[in-house]
Ligand binder design. Structure first.
Ligand SMILES: Nc1nc2c(c(=O)[nH]1)N[C@H]1C(S)=C(S)[C@@H](COP(=O)(O)OP(=O)(O)OC[C@H]3O[C@@H](n4cnc5c(=O)[nH]c(N)nc54)[C@H](O)[C@@H]3O)O[C@H]1N2
Ligand SMILES: Nc1nc2c(c(=O)[nH]1)N[C@H]1C(S)=C(S)[C@@H](COP(=O)(O)OP(=O)(O)OC[C@H]3O[C@@H](n4cnc5c(=O)[nH]c(N)nc54)[C@H](O)[C@@H]3O)O[C@H]1N2
Ligand code: SF4
Ligand SMILES: [Mo]
Length: 906
């Protein structure tokens, strides 16, 4: 980008979830970037959720990894790209020469662009000659992929987003859509508003924000989905809600699937008991499904991340096949993808058990096709290690070098302490990332700086198979390079030909050509539905101007381009005989059952405003407040039983690891389970990395880990004091028993808890805050006998730092204190407030953030509801703005309305 381009809007794609919203980014002269939704993008028509809206706050260069670094005896030191890549290539060559190609591995990510991913896969499978390339999509979508392949013969998502709006019933299974795919959720919400008879069913053990809109919520016992859908299959067959012609012409295997379903699931009462749901509610679901032609069953991690994940997916697909609810507008099974390019990764064959362009490693004809196209010296002929096995092989020493790209496995893998052990033992760990400090980077021998969102160019594919461009609008910082480029430069050092591309468009071109290469039914060809031949041979300019387009995008013999919005409309599936398969799915419980020592089931997942390990969203103050700290959500009775109290810290442990989190009664969880979010790492908290607790059990077909079910124990985490600090300077808090760091607008906030006795508060506080000199402007209040202490460090009448300590949990409002950091000088009233420990002015405490876009707190909303008699979300928005931008907080405002009105009525 050159300077004259500043101030021009660039149309690009959001780097977070698989909805794949179009974004308009406008770099301003002062280094900031203005972000808006792209009204021309079919996924979002101009809307963005709160994470997308906050993208501008995450593109700054603080904390970025900007130069290649090598680890020596005295830590990391900066080196040239040549030195870094020579080192990696030299080591890989030596290891491959001595131990063979399976002794090296890539571990990559659904957050890579398709072009990066294509190169990584080509490098490993065609040149190194090993399929030891796996990706964090193994943790995410691999059960859906395996389910699709079993049912359809190819990894194909049959529907498009519009189908959610055309459906008469949407079933969301194991998906907290309101928080994790907010723009899709809003599309459903608007459709339902226009047609209130449209039915929304949510199947999730928790009562999530998604349930606020649901007509029916089935809070299933964790892990019982196969029983539920086998029960539905059995019911549909029994009452004759089937499509005999469709079944006969287009499917196989119903008999055995049905026989299997009937073994345990023929009696809905029995199913209700096993799934622990109200039998009447279950029947309501079954009857509505049977009575509705246009049904979409959308599923996500509550389905995939299970030791029965692939069977869960197929048990859902079975129910669509039996009634022919597939291939037509408004109907079908719909695996919602998580990461921005989960789909693109699947297109290039980024998993250890796939080839490229939807071809199979096990099939000699497929291997030959790909190898000939690449003109590569070799081709991997057996599957590589899937993620969990890969890190086991690293610990065992059979894999001696791993290159980790755009993922943070020390946080996100199950049994995450095992990942630490593996990396600590590994001969060569290379990490390509965009930030300097991550839990994984701590183990890197070589750190390589990658270009991030806004700096790099390429394509991503969203949940509805729509390919969109990510475009650069910022200059490359430091010496960072694009991931595909780094890999190509490495490949050339390895002596491989086939990596000489004169731009990212050329990589895309090769990928598009391969998708169409010998793709047909003639002898010697391999038919695949994935075909983007129409996008081959784009010039650099055409590629830059590429509009979002769904695949397949096929160039017909007469030159016309045919794009398919949805698949299977003609009843033809991708198995050789053209028929879909019913899969017999025998239900089974999660592998590790709760027991006396670990009596609760740990469920893990996401919160609304953070993205995974927070390396990017963690930089935004706007996103920090909604959920500031890790928590363990549990039922009040379970809390009582285990001796922990709401608001206090608890130690949560499993056979694999332990962490500390604050107890919360969100009101949405049944007895027997607890829920902990996945976002906190060693960078953001002393001990809140939940991956360390998760059992490394995987689905036998897909290899996807059972992230949603690990037996745990919850017990009191005894502390002698609680506290928090707001500070304009970053602090090191290793001496404190428990801490969490939260990004503020002009400061960092630290929540603390200590197990020690503080002798001299003043001394302790000055040391912790790094305040020296007697003449520092320092206000303090101390009540020794009560153990209460507060101090404020001012510089030139502006608040610089403050610290509060108390033996009790209830302390002054952080929102109020945060507001003081925005003031150029503190008033007398502010100072008095600081010393008494609460705001003196009415309304000064907005409460915890509900609406992140406008920074509206809970107190403000509830006060407005009470004082102005508000009764709808629209009125709340009109009054205090909350909910008026991205709408992600609407489910929570609804909940506050109900609660506040109920309070007022009582
Ligand atoms: N805000 C935010 N959005 C994101 C992400 C993020 O980090 N933050 N990440 C993105 C990614 S990569 C992904 S994969 C998606 C994930 O999107 P989702 O799958 O919607 O999110 P999760 O919170 O992982 O889990 C979904 C739900 O599964 C439920 N569940 C647990 N066990 C079971 C079960 O046995 N059966 C059923 N039916 N449900 C169960 C959980 O209670 C949870 O509410 O989100 C994407 N979007
Ligand atoms: N307990 C539990 N664990 C889970 C899950 C769960 O539900 N429960 N969900 C799983 C799922 S679905 C997923 S998708 C994973 C996600 O887990 P991860 O992939 O480990 O999480 P991220 O924080 O997204 O990691 C992305 C990394 O890439 C870096 N990065 C960003 N952009 C670029 C780039 O352009 N190039 C390069 N080279 N690096 C970049 C970021 O700084 C960050 O370090 O977590 C999985 N882990
Ligand atoms: S829904 Fe939000 S996070 Fe997902 S792509 Fe759209 S703006 Fe980005
Ligand atoms: Mo994911």
């Amino acid at each position: 980008m050159n300077l004259s381009q500043a101030h021009l809007s660039v149309r690009t794609t959001c780097p977070y979830c698989g909805v794949g919203c179009g974004v308009k980014a406008t770099p301003k002269g002062d280094g900031t970037v203005e972000i808006a939704g792209d009204a021309g993008h079919a996924a979002n028509s101009g809307k963005l959720c709160v994470k997308g809206s906050a993208l501008g706050e995450t593109v700054g260069l603080d904390g970025r990894l900007l130069y290649p670094q090598l680890r020596g005896a005295d830590g990391l030191r900066r080196v040239s790209w040549d030195a870094a890549l020579d080192q990696v290539a030299g080591d890989w060559q030596a290891i491959i020469a001595e131990h063979g190609p399976d002794a090296v591995a890539l571990y990559v990510s659904g957050q890579l662009l398709t072009e990066d991913y294509y190169i990584a896969n080509k490098l490993m499978k065609g040149y190194v000659g090993s399929a030891n390339i796996d990706t964090n999509s193994r943790l995410c979508m691999s059960s859906a992929v395996a389910g699709h392949k079993r049912a359809f013969g190819e990894d194909l998502v049959p529907v498009c987003y519009e189908d959610l709006e055309l459906a008469d019933m949407v079933v969301l299974v194991g998906s907290n859509t309101a928080w994790c795919h907010p723009i899709l959720f809003q599309r459903i919400a608007r459709a339902k508003e226009a047609r209130p008879e449209m039915k929304l069913v949510v199947i999730d053990p928790r009562r999530t924000a998604t349930c606020e809109l649901a007509d029916l919520h089935l809070p299933v016992k964790p892990g019982t989905d196969v029983w539920l859908f086998n029960g539905l299959l059995s019911y549909l067959a029994r009452i004759g809600a089937v499509a005999p012609d469709f079944i006969a012409a287009h499917t196989r295997g119903l008999e055995s699937a049905l026989a299997t379903a009937n073994v345990e699931c023929a009696d809905p009462l029995e199913v209700a008991k096993i799934c622990r749901v109200d039998p009447a509610a279950l029947m309501e679901f079954y009857e509505a499904f049977a009575a509705t032609a246009k049904v979409i069953t959308a599923f996500s991690q509550g389905v995939n991340q299970s030791s029965a994940g692939t069977d869960k997916a197929n048990s859902i697909i079975n129910c669509h096949l039996i009634g022919g609810r597939i291939g037509q507008p408004g109907m079908g099974p719909f695996s919602i993808t998580g990461q921005p390019n989960a789909m693109g990764g699947r297109e290039v064959g980024g998993l250890a058990n796939m080839l490229a362009a939807h071809m199979d490693l096990e099939q000699p004809a497929h291997r030959e096709l790909v190898q000939t196209f690449w003109d590569s010296p070799r081709i991997a002929d057996h599957g590589g290690h899937k993620a969990v096995d890969l890190f086991k092989a690293i610990e065992a020493g059979t894999v001696k070098a791993v290159w980790i790209i755009a993922t943070n496995p020390v946080v996100s893998m199950p049994d995450a302490d095992q990942i630490k052990r593996a990396l600590a033992k590994c001969q060569l760990v290379v990490v390509s990332d965009i930030v300097q400090n991550t839990d994984t980077n701590d183990f890197a021998h070589v750190l390589l700086p990658a270009l991030g969102w806004g700096e790099k160019d390429g394509t991503v594919t969203n949940s509805e198979r729509r390919i969109s461009r990510q475009r650069a609008f910022l200059p490359a910082p430091g010496e960072a390079r694009a991931d595909w480029q780094i890999l190509c430069q490495f490949a050339q050092r390895m002596g491989y030909e086939g990596f000489d591309f004169d731009g990212v468009h050329a990589v895309f071109d090769e990928h598009a050509r391969l998708s169409a290469h010998q793709n047909g039914n003639a002898p010697g060809e391999v038919a695949r539905v994935f075909n983007i031949g129409a996008l081959a041979a784009l010039s650099r300019n055409e590629y830059d101007a590429l509009e979002p387009v769904q695949w397949p995008a096929v160039r017909l013999a007469d030159g016309r381009v045919e794009v398919s919005q949805r698949l299977f409309g003609d009843g033809r599936f991708a198995h050789a005989d053209g028929k879909a398969r019913f899969i017999a799915t025998t239900p089974r419980a999660p592998v590790n059952a709760v027991c006396e020592d670990f009596p609760l089931a740990l469920n893990t997942g996401r919160v609304r405003d953070q993205w995974h390990t927070m390396t990017r969203t963690g930089k935004s103050a706007k996103l920090a407040d909604h959920v500031a700290e890790s928590f363990v959500d549990m039922h009040p009775q379970d809390a009582l039983l285990h001796g922990v109290r709401e608001g206090e810290l608890a130690r949560v442990s499993t056979k694999w690891g332990a962490m500390v989190a604050r107890v919360q009664h969100g009101g949405g969880i049944a007895r027997g389970s607890v829920f902990i979010p996945i976002h906190w790492s060693g960078q953001s908290a002393s001990d809140a990395r939940v991956g360390a607790l998760v059992n490394p059990v995987v689905d036998p077909v897909s290899g996807e880990p059972e992230f949603k079910h690990t037996p745990v124990r919850v017990e009191q985490f005894r502390v002698s004091w609680h506290g928090f600090i707001l500070s304009r300077q970053e602090l090191g808090l290793d001496a404190v028993a428990h801490w969490t760091r939260i990004q503020g607008r002009d400061f960092a906030r630290y929540e603390l808890a200590g197990r020690n006795t503080i002798g001299d508060f003043g001394l302790w506080a000055r040391e912790l805050l790094g305040v020296d000199g007697e003449d520092a402007d320092w206000l303090e209040y101390e009540d020794r006998s009560a153990g209460v202490y507060r101090a404020v460090h001012l510089s030139e009448d502006r608040i610089d730092q403050c610290v509060f300590v108390s033996p009790r949990q209830d302390m002054p409002s952080r929102a109020w204190l945060a507001s003081l950091f925005g003031k150029e000088r503190l008033s007398e009233i502010d100072r008095v407030g600081l010393l008494v420990g609460q705001p003196v002015e009415k309304g000064a405490d907005a409460g915890p953030t509900v609406c992140s876009c406008f920074g509206v707190g809970r107190n403000t909303i509830c006060e407005a509801i009470r004082s102005q008699d508000l009764s709808s979300v629209a009125q709340v928005t009109a009054c205090v703005k909350a909910g008026g931008n991205c709408g992600s907080c609407v489910p929570e405002i609804k909940k506050l309305l109900v609660e506040t009105l109920a309070e007022a009525a009582s």
